[in-house]
Design a protein around this ligand. Structure first.
Ligand code: SF4
Length: 512
């Protein structure tokens, strides 16, 4: 094997996933799209990694040198010194062999050797049959690479373990790291993976030495475990309105159609491969440049007749702490901190509004649940947009507060879903494209109304921004906090006002 290959663990994993990712990271890093999802996964990873360091008691964390880029030489020397001392737990333990480098999240002294613990912020849950979900193959490849490097440095690796968050852990007010994390022994899977390392490293050496972009076509792993950051770069040759924009085709099927040359909407329509009525309608409206709307008046009227006055329009905003902070919650449990509620008490009556926004730094659940019960009487008709979310939130609140449970479950039982007319194909226009989310449907129904345009809001324009700003409120200066609170309230209010407007449009369409 060439000793010229300089390869870190993350580069190796990139090669493993798709060789082109590693090449693009080296030669065209600016082509990567780092969105909110990527940033929040990185933040979660680092929060979980920091916490996991304490999993086995006292530990020594190897000093990265303090610069923007870790000082690998210093880290390797620091690790060697700690290992020589027999330090029981070394975090970010760094080793190199023949140009290959890795930093082990946790290296733990075990008898005459060392065990590798790789920490991931994903959750692992027990299945109904008592077994646990399988580990992602990329995690195993990652750990195998670390073992390979350590083995070749002469370290006796006595075990290889994957540390994930235990998705079944319920926080009881005192964080128990031994229960928060689920540790799996992946020695068997790692042993199977080891043989693949040298060929991959050789491949990486050749690939990264050349400045010619590798000819790797799109494949079914381009969105695994997450959509690839270079997707935009790799799809530059694909025309607008392609198979990748069609409503609800599984990604694997999209790749299959792409490889068969069924790429444009026209080609897809001509192929006759799409049997789904909503998919065909999307394509026909787009290809025909149609400005009318498909309206099934009867079905829309039937849906509207299932609603009754007083009529409520409800929307929650939530945070999703990776490490649970409120009793009774698990990693990533959605915690409601805000809602907006529009309502009309009787036919022709005025539109009224109520809202809730938690006091920063407090557990928002009890106050929110109490106000929700005060704001929504029992046995009234409540609408939500994509009701599964609101129903889940309310059910959790009911489980948490048994004294409010009857009222909360009554609200939940009377929730109707405003998404239904769109998702069921009762109403469609070309501007909706392949999405029936409120953020797509609203501008499609009201293209020229600046008051209904989320872009015209200040600071908070979507649920992700609301989720990320709320936890920061507690540490903001008063003026900034007040302004951010106002922006949160305006954002959530627009969500339910949008629902009212959508409902009105449906009434119009049904000829009401
Ligand atoms: S989009 Fe697909 S082909 Fe392109 S770099 Fe990413 S994984 Fe590889």
């Amino acid at each position: 094997m060439s000793n010229q290959t300089n390869l870190s663990k993350s580069k190796y994993c990139a090669i493993w996933q798709c060789p082109k990712i590693a090449w693009l990271r080296k030669y065209m890093p600016d082509e990567a799209v780092v969105d909110e999802g990527v940033r929040s996964r990185m933040a979660e990873g680092s929060e979980v990694g920091d916490l996991a360091m304490g999993l086995f008691g006292d530990f020594v964390e190897i000093d990265t040198g303090g610069g923007d880029v870790p000082d690998i030489t210093k880290m390797v020397a620091g690790t060697a010194a700690e290992m020589a001392k027999g330090t029981p737990v070394i975090c970010e333990a760094s080793v190199t062999y023949n140009g290959l480098y890795c930093a082990v999240d946790i290296l733990r002294k075990t008898g005459d050797g060392w065990a590798i613990y790789e920490v991931k912020s994903s959750t692992k849950r027990r299945k109904d049959d008592g077994t646990y979900e399988d580990d992602k193959e990329i995690y195993v490849a990652d750990i195998a690479y670390q073992k390979y490097v350590l083995d070749h440095c002469g370290v006796n690796v006595t075990g290889t373990f994957l540390v994930c968050l235990n998705g079944d852990y319920i926080f009881d007010g005192r964080l128990d790291l031994s229960k928060l994390f689920y540790i799996s022994d992946v020695s068997g899977e790692v042993a199977n993976e080891i043989a693949k390392i040298e060929p991959k490293v050789a491949e990486a050496g050749k690939l990264l030495a050349s400045n010619i972009e590798p000819a790797v076509d799109l494949h079914e792993n381009c969105n695994k475990p997450y959509p690839c950051a270079f997707w935009r770069h790799c799809t530059k040759h694909i025309p607008a309105q392609s198979v990748f924009d069609v409503y609800r085709i599984p990604f694997k099927k999209k790749i299959e159609l792409y490889k068969k040359g069924r790429i444009t909407f026209k080609a897809l329509l001509a192929s006759g491969e799409l049997k789904n009525e909503k998919q065909r309608r999307q394509l026909e409206f787009a290809v025909g440049n149609r400005d009318d709307a498909y309206v099934n008046r009867e079905e829309i009227a039937g849906f509207l007749n299932s609603l009754s006055y007083p009529l409520y329009f409800l929307d929650f905003e939530t945070v999703q702490p990776v490490i649970p902070i409120y009793p009774g919650t698990r990693p990533y449990t959605q915690i409601p901190f805000q809602y907006s509620l529009h309502y009309i008490e009787n036919e022709g009556g005025p539109l009224k509004h109520s809202e809730f926004l938690a006091v920063p730094g407090t557990d928002p659940r009890r106050a929110l649940a109490e106000q929700l019960c005060a704001d929504i009487p029992m046995n009234v008709c409540v609408t939500a947009y994509n009701k599964a979310f609101e129903c889940t939130i309310i059910k959790r609140l009911a489980d948490t507060f048994p004294d409010l449970s009857e009222h909360l479950l009554n609200i939940r039982e009377h929730i109707f879903d405003l998404l239904v007319p769109f998702q069921s194909g009762f109403y469609y226009n070309r501007a909706m494209g392949n999405s029936f989310s409120i953020k797509s449907v609203l501008p499609a129904l009201f293209p020229d109304d600046p008051g209904l345009d989320y872009h015209n809001l200040d600071q908070i324009h979507n649920g992700g921004e609301a989720m990320s700003v709320f936890p920061k409120l507690a540490s903001m200066a008063t003026e900034e906090r007040e302004e951010t609170r106002r922006n949160l309230l305006k954002y959530c209010e627009l969500d339910t006002f949008a629902m009212v407007k959508v409902w009105e449009k449906l009434r119009e369409a049904a000829g009401d």
